[in-house]
Design a protein around this ligand. Sequence first.
Ligand SMILES: [Zn+2]
Length: 102
Amino acid sequence: MIKFCVHYGIHFGLPLVIALLFYRPNWWKAYLIMLLAFLIDLDHLLATPLFDPNRCSINFHPLHTYYAILIYILLVGFKKTRLIGLGLLAHIIADSVDCLLM
Ligand SMILES: [Zn+2]
């Protein structure tokens, strides 16, 4: 249960903190864009079993590999893609914490 709270706390909380700190007054727009990063979890559909609570997603799913993470870091470097990059990195951080708590 604690793991669940930490995981989703970071998933929803970290983008919210970034949005409130750096993207006022339209923070909710920034927040929504960052939440779109959840879409990378679609790569879980390629895995069998679909969901395994004891599996570390980092470096297991194609969009959670170090190569993908490098691209997310690059996205942060450009103004147009910064928000989606930040959202993706927040997502990766949440997933990594999960792996650390295993
Ligand atoms: Zn994920």
